[in-house]
Write a protein that binds this ligand. Structure first.
Ligand code: SF4
Length: 168
């Protein structure tokens, strides 16, 4: 969905958003519960451990990476099980979690309750794209699509965090 500003090659080479420090686990993509049954194994062929939860009145699953850390180093990263270190995400485009297909955009709730499309400040590739270009993209239909999805699957809504740029 962001192919106009992010190339697949750049994303595959970077992989930043597919590895997680403990403090970034809140960023793990959330999927409808049915996703777990449809995707039982990861890139290495190992069974994936999922965790289940509910937020904003809707149920979801996330990959459970907590057992993957080997040290106490807060900078240690654990890869998403769908990430192949050489070829990138092994999921076909149509099966990627919605959260992944819109990264680094997020649907966030501001303290006044309003839902907005926001830009994550940490994506190394998108930081090269002018902010105005991102605003155009969001206002040209992508923002509406994200808010529609959030209406259907409210578990994807995150509380606003300082540093995220509000685009719509
Ligand atoms: S599902 Fe694919 S795109 Fe999403 S975090 Fe995992 S490897 Fe990355």
């Amino acid at each position: 969905m962001l192919s106009k500003v992010l190339s697949k090659e750049a994303c595959a080479k970077c992989g930043f958003c597919c590895s997680f420090r403990r403090q970034s686990l809140w960023e793990l993509p959330r999927m409808p519960e049915s996703f777990a049954g449809e995707h039982p194994v990861g890139a290495s062929g190992e069974a994936i451990v999922y965790e289940y939860g509910a937020e904003n009145g809707s149920r979801f699953c996330v990959t459970d990476l907590r057992g993957g850390y080997r040290t106490d180093d807060p900078e240690e990263e654990v890869r998403c099980p769908f990430l192949d270190p050489k070829s990138g995400c092994v999921l076909p485009e149509g099966e990627k979690p919605f959260d992944c297909s819109i990264w680094p955009l997020r649907c966030m709730r501001l303290p006044d309750g309003g839902l907005h499309v926001c830009l994550t400040p940490t994506c190394p590739e998108i930081n090269r794209v002018p902010e105005e270009r991102m605003r155009e993209l969001v206002s040209a239909g992508l923002g509406e699509r994200i808010l529609d999805y959030a209406g259907k699957y409210p578990f994807m809504i995150k509380e606003y965090r300082t540093g995220f740029t509000i685009l719509s």
